[in-house]
Design a protein around this ligand. Sequence first.
Ligand SMILES: Nc1ncnc2c1ncn2[C@@H]1O[C@H](COP(=O)(O)OP(=O)(O)OP(=O)(O)O)[C@@H](O)[C@H]1O
Ligand SMILES: CC(C)(CO)[C@@H](O)C(=O)NCCC(=O)O
Ligand SMILES: [K+]
Length: 273
Amino acid sequence: MNNYFSSTNKQLPVLALIIGNSRLHWGLFIDKNLYTTGDISHLPISVIHQLAAYPTLDNWLTAISLPSDLPIAPDHPIPVILASVVPSQTAFWQNYPHLCLLTLADVPLQEMYPTLGIDRALAVWGAGITWGFPALVIDAGTALTFTGANAQKSLVGGAILPGLGLQFASLGQKTGQLPLLETGLISSLPPRFAMNTSRAIQSGIIYTLLAGIKDFIDHWLLLFPESKIIITGGDSDFLQKHLENQFPEIGNRLILEKNLIFLGMREVVIVNY
Ligand SMILES: Nc1ncnc2c1ncn2[C@@H]1O[C@H](COP(=O)(O)OP(=O)(O)OP(=O)(O)O)[C@@H](O)[C@H]1O
Ligand SMILES: CC(C)(CO)[C@@H](O)C(=O)NCCC(=O)O
Ligand SMILES: [K+]
């Protein structure tokens, strides 16, 4: 790990970046506390090169919309902790000074398989450290993932399927006459047996997804009845709300934590430097 993250720099700000498949999530830590967060499009390579040449707060202020009233000097260099599941994007950051690129080796979870996504490892570690092991994480992002860990802090495994947005996109893009729907525009659940195309697509995708999530949770709870279950990711509010309506006993025990991966990053790097 980079020297910058050693014990001399306790009070300094650190920018945590999570590069997901749809977008970039950033979180600014000041003195080990998550101060502010945001979601933006992946940064263009030209912007990343500029930041690498001048990694100061005022350059970051123009690259991402950080608050302008931060308690940090404008010429202060900003160290970055990066967790990426998009290798082509990771490559753009190689020359950033004070970069800490997280890999599975940084996560103390036992029995990980080598191609496990770093986002999943950080999320389940963050969940277990925050709420206790065993823990099951449901990450409703571009892909929807289940990731479980047991009381021995070992990976139990999980599952990967297309996320809500990707399910709508696949029907909209790979068919001749189905419209491309957006999750954000769905204010209420459709009737299960729908009488128009949009509502029929919504019904098929949403009810199948909710039932599938319930089925995974039920199976997990047979193995680990006392487990905590944490949901995160771009579609987590939507899914939690509707799981609560459809399956109250499951909805009520779900913990919603939008910053789960940042909590994992805090545990593996920030609190230790
Ligand atoms: N402003 C937004 N832009 C893009 N997606 C959004 C937005 N708000 C909510 N979403 C939902 O978030 C989902 C993507 O989740 P998220 O942003 O967590 O993905 P990601 O982190 O890029 O993906 P992953 O980590 O799975 O690679 C989409 O299915 C979409 O419905
Ligand atoms: C599954 C995603 C896309 C979720 O972001 C990511 O964690 C990833 O690319 N994982 C690698 C494969 C795996 O986790 O088994
Ligand atoms: K994700």
